[in-house]
Write a protein that binds this ligand. Structure first.
Ligand code: AHR
Length: 501
């Protein structure tokens, strides 16, 4: 059996991980908010109606920036509906998800939720550029961020929020390239609107960080041309361009599904090339960074039928994918892809946080538990902070229908400030263990602290309400570090975390 190998050298790095690479996403969709993070009648609810059992899991997950309030939802969002006395807030039709929005949870509750998570949680607020425009974005900004002494900042204070929310990171709409988006636009239309919104928002506060909408996926017919047109209008006015990608096994092709990160990495590299092309055209020294603000495994092909059958319910069970070990291995590989591009991907949001294609599940009035995907994310967030080392693998390959011959090994490594190094690695083989050798040049490492793996004899194993701890990572014996070489064996179909000190 041929081993996979690579060399780590502190002289060859990709870049420093921005903590916001470990962001997530809360949308008013299904039960993400209602009976997810917010359930006033739940036995664990605090005085604000937040489920403390969920808050604990969110902290353990290690999420940073949390994007809100959508998603497709934001393109019909009237922020004014979501503030002030709860009993006066209107009920509205949410066109995106054919649901009724009660507005019981709104802007102030979102900020309270972030504060309860802790200082690592940062707001990432989207403005509605689908059915609304510059004026409403400015009004929201004034309400949220202006200290006092204006109509809208004083209204916030009258609503009980004395301190401004200090929202620094803003998304200029959502998936405006998608025909499904309420208020969908052409690239030229959106580019102008995004530029004018950004220009005006910066007049209030030049220090904002703004994200322009990129493509909803690399397979969109307008992909790349969309980015080029939007950036031509917005280059000097925004900091990031967004990317969204979801993966699922199609036509039963598990081998291609396991190689999903090949698509994600090419998507990132193509968007970087497009950004830099526009920058060159404009003779600009500035670099646009990437906000991969929706990514996950999502069994999306089941969703359309689910949504079109709805008759405007409140918080229906929607997109509640139950993830297997196989899904978690692909998910881990997507995390590796993001880390491998940490020089340009400076924000990323796992879509979503609770119940909706989420690492955390809840039952109304009942428990909260971790899906299989919870573990790779929590481990990457905990140990993936520092400098990403340049990893070029030499790996045996396997054939895939979609991507041709693909490496069995997908890997990255991160060096923390204290000099410890963590290797994150996926073995894509469904049947064979993969021996791994890593040459450690000049890293001054002498021991393996831990080798942990997520793998199972049954790749379809999952955590459920009745069996919430069926799948957890387990320690692996046998990894050694001798004469500057790490050797380990990666189980078939596994996500691995190998910590070296
Ligand atoms: O995350 C679910 C949905 O996926 C979001 O609302 C939308 O932006 C994307 O299409």
């Amino acid at each position: 059996m041929r081993s996979a190998r690579f060399t780590l050298d502190p002289a060859f790095t990709v870049g420093t991980v921005d903590p916001r690479l470990f962001g997530s996403f809360v949308e008013h969709l299904g039960r993400c908010v209602y009976t997810g993070i917010f359930e006033p009648d739940h036995p664990s609810a605090d005085a604000s109606g937040l489920r403390t059992d969920v808050l604990e899991l969110v902290r353990e997950l290690g999420v940073t920036a949390i994007r809100y309030p959508g998603g497709n939802f934001v393109s019909g969002y009237k922020w004014e509906d979501s503030v002030g006395p709860v009993e006066e807030r209107p009920r509205r039709l949410d066109l995106a998800w054919r649901s009724t929005e009660t507005n019981r949870f709104g802007l102030s509750e979102y900020i309270a939720f972030l504060k309860k998570i802790g200082p690592q949680a940062e707001p990432m607020m989207a403005v509605n550029l689908g059915t609304r425009g510059v004026a409403e974005a400015l009004e929201l900004q004034e309400y949220a961020n202006h200290p006092s002494g204006t109509a809208l900042s004083d209204l916030r204070i009258a609503h009980g929020d004395k301190d401004a929310f200090g929202i620094r990171l803003w998304c200029l709409g959502n998936e405006m390239d998608g025909p499904w988006q309420t208020g969908h636009k052409t690239a030229a239309e959106y580019g102008r609107l995004a530029a004018e919104t950004a220009r005006a928002m910066r007049q209030i506060d030049p220090h904002l960080e703004l994200v322009a909408c990129g493509s909803s996926g690399q397979s969109m017919a307008t992909f790349a041309e969309w980015e080029a047109t939007v950036l031509q209008e917005t280059y000097d006015l925004v900091d990031h361009i967004s990317l969204h990608a979801y993966y699922e096994p199609l036509d039963g092709d598990i081998d291609s599904f396991l190689a999903s990160a090949v698509d994600m990495e090419s998507f990132i590299e193509n968007v970087v090339a497009t950004c830099d092309h526009v920058g060159a055209r404009l003779k600009s020294k500035k670099k646009i960074n990437l906000s991969f603000d929706e990514w996950n495994v999502w069994y999306m092909s089941r969703t359309d039928a689910q949504v079109s059958a709805l008759d405007w319910p409140e918080a229906p069970r929607l997109l509640e994918d139950n993830y297997s070990v196989l899904d978690a291995v692909v998910f881990g590989s997507l995390l590796i892809a993001l880390l491998r591009h940490a020089d340009r991907v400076t924000v990323a949001c796992l879509a979503q946080l609770v119940n909706v294609i989420a690492p955390i599940m809840t039952e109304p009035g009942g428990p909260a538990w971790r899906q299989t995907t919870f573990f790779p994310f929590a481990q990457a967030s905990k140990y993936g902070r520092g400098q990403v080392l340049d990893v070029r693998v030499d790996s045996p390959t396997y054939p895939t229908g979609k991507y041709g011959d693909t490496d069995l090994l997908h890997a990255t490594a991160v060096r923390a400030e204290d000099g410890t190094v963590t290797v994150f690695a996926v073995n894509r083989s469904r049947t064979e263990p993969l021996p791994l050798e890593v040459a450690l040049a000049g890293l001054n490492l002498s021991r393996v602290v831990e080798h942990s793996a997520l793998a199972d004899a049954d790749p379809d194993a999952r955590n459920t309400l009745t069996d919430p701890e069926r799948v957890t990572p387990h320690p692996v014996e046998g990894a050694t570090l001798t004469d500057g070489t790490l050797t380990a064996t990666l189980e078939p179909l596994s996500w691995n975390v190998i910590r070296l000190a």
